[in-house]
Design a protein. Structure first.
Length: 363
C-alpha cells in the first residue's frame, strides 16, 4: 500500500506534531497550508487563529525543521463561500459553524483533491479524533484519547468512502503529550496556544463581520416576551443567537435569554432559562457514518462543541432528515449548529440542526 500523505498544516502544535508522527511511522509527508485570505492584525489575535500569514510562517518553519516538503495553496476563492454562508446563516436567524464546512469542503475536500493530483494515498490533519476499525473491518471516526480536546464532533460530515484514506495521528495522544513531544523535538510552535476564534473574525465581532459582508441586509424587528408582548426593538436578528443573555439591552430584574428567533417576522423572543429546555430536535443534511438504520436507534447526542453528549434516540425521517429525542431536556438547542450522535466513542453520524422540539411534543 502507498505511503504518501498530504497533511493540513495550520502552524499549530497539533498539526506540527502530526507531521513528526507520520514521518516516524514511515510515511512520505507533504505539508500543505491553506491560504484563505483571512487576516489577523495583532500578535495577540494571530495567536488565536489558524490561517494568518504568521501561521503560514510557523508551518513552514516546522516543515523545515522536520525536513518535509511544504506548499501553501490558494483557497481564498473557496473560503469566500464559507464566509458568505456564515453571514447568510446569521441573517436567516441561525447560528453557523464554519469550521465544519472548512473540514468538509477544504481540508477533506479540496486539499484531498490536490493530494490525489500529487499521488498521495492519504490525507491527514491534526484533529484530536481517531480512525478505528469496526468488527466488519470498516474504518469509523471515534473520539480522541483526550476527551477534553476531542474534535470528532466536527468530523461527522466526512464521506464514509473517504475514511480508508484518512489519518488522524494525534488522536491517540493527550494534549499534554503532544506539547511534550513538540518541546522534545524543539519545534518552534511547542508553546503556541490553541486557536480559539473563527479565523476570519479575529476580533470576535461577528455582528460587524456580517453587516460588512452583507451591507444593507439588516432588518429591524420586535423583541417580545414569552407572552408575545413587545419589550424592545432590535436592528437585526443577526445580532442574536439562542441562549444569549448579554447584550439584549433590556432590564427585567432577573436573567432573560433569547429563546426563539423567527426569521420571517424578524421577531426575537426572550424568556426565562427554563424556556431554553428542549426535548429534542430535527436536523437536515444528516450524514450517516454507519448504514442508515431502518428505525429509531439509541445513541448519545452532542449539540455543541462544549456540550457533554447525553442519552438520546435518533430516528431517520424522509430524505436526509432525522429526529433526535433526548432522554432528558437540554438547553439552547440552536438552529444552524450541528448535532453529532455517537455509539460510545464511535460517531454514528451528524447533521445541521433545523429546529428544536418542545418537551411536550416529544413522543
Amino acid at each position: 500500500m502507498g505511503r504518501r500523505v498530504v497533511l493540513a498544516m495550520s502552524g499549530g502544535v497539533d498539526s506540527s506534531v502530526a507531521a513528526h508522527l507520520l514521518k516516524q511511522q514511515g510515511y512520505e509527508v507533504i505539508g500543505l497550508f491553506m491560504r484563505t485570505g483571512a487576516h489577523a492584525e495583532t500578535a495577540e489575535r494571530r495567536a488565536k487563529t489558524c490561517c494568518s500569514v504568521t501561521d503560514a510562517l510557523d508551518a513552514q518553519a516546522v516543515a523545515d525543521r522536520l525536513d518535509i516538503p511544504f506548499f501553501a495553496l490558494d483557497f481564498e476563492r473557496d473560503f469566500s463561500r464559507i464566509m458568505d454562508n456564515f453571514a447568510d446563516e446569521y441573517l436567516a436567524g441561525r447560528t453557523p459553524n464554519p469550521c465544519v464546512l472548512c473540514n468538509v469542503w477544504l481540508k477533506f475536500g479540496k486539499l484531498w483533491a490536490y493530494g490525489k493530483q500529487v499521488g498521495a494515498d492519504f490525507v491527514a490533519t491534526g484533529h484530536h479524533a481517531r480512525i478505528v476499525t469496526d468488527p466488519d473491518g470498516s474504518p469509523q471516526i471515534a473520539r480522541a484519547l483526550d476527551a477534553g480536546k476531542d474534535q470528532s464532533y466536527v468530523l461527522f460530515g466526512l464521506r464514509r468512502e473517504l475514511l480508508p484514506n484518512v489519518l488522524l495521528p494525534v488522536g491517540e495522544y493527550s494534549k499534554e503529550a503532544i506539547r511534550d513531544l513538540a518541546r522534545e523535538l524543539a519545534l518552534p510552535v511547542h508553546n503556541k496556544q490553541d486557536s480559539q476564534e473563527i479565523c476570519f473574525i479575529p476580533d470576535d465581532d461577528y455582528l460587524r463581520f456580517v453587516r460588512d459582508r452583507r451591507p444593507g441586509s439588516s432588518e429591524p424587528g420586535r423583541i417580545v416576551d414569552e407572552d408575545g408582548n413587545e419589550v424592545a426593538r432590535h436592528e437585526g436578528i443577526e445580532g442574536f443567537t439562542i441562549g444569549q443573555r448579554r447584550g439584549l439591552g433590556i432590564a427585567f430584574g432577573e436573567p432573560r435569554y433569547v429563546v426563539q428567533i423567527e426569521p420571517q417576522s424578524k421577531t426575537v423572543t426572550v424568556g426565562r432559562r427554563e424556556a431554553l429546555e428542549k426535548g429534542g430536535l430535527e436536523a437536515n443534511r444528516f450524514n450517516w457514518q454507519v448504514p442508515r438504520p431502518k428505525g429509531p436507534l439509541a445513541c448519545s447526542a452532542q449539540i455543541r462543541a462544549r456540550h457533554r453528549a447525553v442519552p438520546a434516540v435518533v430516528e431517520p425521517l424522509d430524505g436526509d432528515r432525522v429526529r433526535v429525542r433526548f432522554d432528558s431536556p437540554q438547553p439552547a438547542v440552536t438552529p444552524g449548529q450541528i448535532v453529532t450522535v455517537y455509539d460510545g466513542d464511535l460517531v454514528l453520524g451528524g447533521g445541521w440542526i433545523d429546529c428544536a422540539i418542545d418537551p411536550a411534543d416529544v413522543a
